[in-house]
Design a protein around this ligand. Structure first.
Ligand SMILES: CC(C)(COP(=O)(O)OP(=O)(O)OC[C@H]1O[C@@H](n2cnc3c(N)ncnc32)[C@H](O)[C@@H]1OP(=O)(O)O)[C@@H](O)C(=O)NCCC(=O)NCCS
Length: 171
């Protein structure tokens, strides 16, 4: 059984192994999600929790959650951004997620998004924008099975990618 949990110091080694597994495949790992020079496990967990109330310059407040399995391993991550700025409106939206390469196609992303939509913050925001590459079938299906309504698909010059714009209304 999976559980959505907030970042915690004891989960950092498992979380970091997940990030490194993605990096090893050449997948994008956004710098703020990785360990910084000299940062301890505690510093890292605290930084992720602080993102909710005291984000770093240029970032909007966001709540981080990790999907943790029965073995207490972090198999996925999902973050809810509390509001949009023009850059996120264009690409990124309210929600970002990734699943450990070894745990894909087992329902982890679908579970994380469904559970995230039940949180008080998601309900407070009410209408959530999700963007994804139309070729990312796993992401398209995850969004659509969680109520995503496709508004448009367009090319975004900044990231040089075709991008789907989905909205999920939380009720
Ligand atoms: C996209 C991603 C999050 C999907 O995670 P996941 O846990 O494998 O997704 P799920 O297991 O919940 O799958 C959801 C649906 O998509 C399907 N699916 C998942 N990956 C797929 C793939 N590569 N090809 C075809 N279908 C796929 C599943 O079979 C499932 O279909 P179903 O609802 O008909 O059963 C994961 O592949 C990933 O982390 N990719 C790299 C980062 C990324 O792309 N993040 C999203 C950015 S928008």
């Amino acid at each position: 059984m999976l559980q959505l949990q907030r970042p915690a110091v004891e989960l950092i080694p498992s979380y970091e192994a997940f990030m490194l597994a993605m990096k090893a495949l050449g997948e994008e790992a956004w710098e703020p999600l990785l360990r910084r020079k000299g940062e301890s496990d505690r510093d890292m967990a605290e930084r992720f929790l602080r993102a909710e109330t005291a984000p770093e310059p240029g970032l909007v407040p966001e709540t981080f959650h990790w999907a943790v399995n029965e073995q207490n391993a972090v198999v996925g991550r999902i973050a809810l951004r509390h509001h949009l700025i023009p850059a996120l409106q264009e690409f990124g939206g309210h929600i970002g997620y990734e699943v450990h390469p070894a745990s894909r196609r087992q329902g982890v992303a679908s579970f994380m998004l469904a559970d995230l939509l039940k949180t008080a913050k998601a309900r407070e925001i009410g209408k959530l924008l999700l963007t994804c590459d139309p070729m990312n079938i796993g992401s398209v299906k995850t969004i659509e099975k969680n109520g995503g309504r496709l508004e448009q698909i367009r090319f975004v010059e900044r990231v040089k990618r075709d991008t789907c714009y989905y909205w999920i209304e939380v009720c």
